[in-house]
Write a protein that binds this ligand. Sequence first.
Ligand code: CA
Ligand code: CA
Length: 273
Amino acid sequence: MKMSRYWSTILTLSCSILLLSVVSMPLESSATMVWSDDFSDGNYVGWTINGINMTAVPAVLVDGNYSADDGLLRATGEGGGWIWNLASHPSTVATGTWSFDINSPPTEPGLTHFYVFFISDDSDIATGIPDGYALKTEMIPDDHGFRGFILEKFAGNEDQQIAQYHTEQDVLGGYHVDITRDSTGLFNVWINGTHRMSGQDNTHSASGYFRFSTPAGPAIDNVEVFDSIEFDPPTTDTTPTEPGVGFPTEWLIIGVGVPVVLIVLVIIIRKTR
Ligand SMILES: [Ca+2]
Ligand SMILES: [Ca+2]
């Protein structure tokens, strides 16, 4: 009882569709996280620590101080805001997604702001201000009365504001931050899940490090860096957005492919009896 050429072709096609869809699935659904650290092991292995004494002119390198004893990376040591600590982790992602938690303790004299350089190079490390892009957290009102978050570009000796989000209250306690940057240089920033900033800049297209730069007090945790855009910007700036929940086309292919294969098998079995 030979299988007809017609049904043989159908079966081959069906199996090919099924195989293709299964093979293509991991490409679409595989994790794209490049690196992460939640400090749950109580250490900051993988991070390089520096410190800068800003009271000296020019500023001088000193020992930086951090502790991960409590399961997050907190700048410790001398307070007063004059010793800046710089924790650097290798990170070559320049387009993608950066997610992290920050924690600001009640301010002490001299501590007014800190930076997360999510894209940076290793220039000007002696001043604590590398080239790249940073989220600046202005914990309490600055000289201009601004408090909140600033997306800032650093290039040479210049820094330039890309976008800002003025908060109603002092930025104290814990906040979750998600930042995306696409291939056109467009940044989007979410604070506690709500879209708050967007802006575009193409000055820097490469990164060497992710850096947490701060006087003693603030902490960072749950750093996750992806080389893909994990959050879609909203159509308006007021609507919180969640990661896109699309219906993968693979499911559709499988939804069609599996029944087709089953139907063909049933027909063949009935025909060959
Ligand atoms: Ca942690
Ligand atoms: Ca660790």
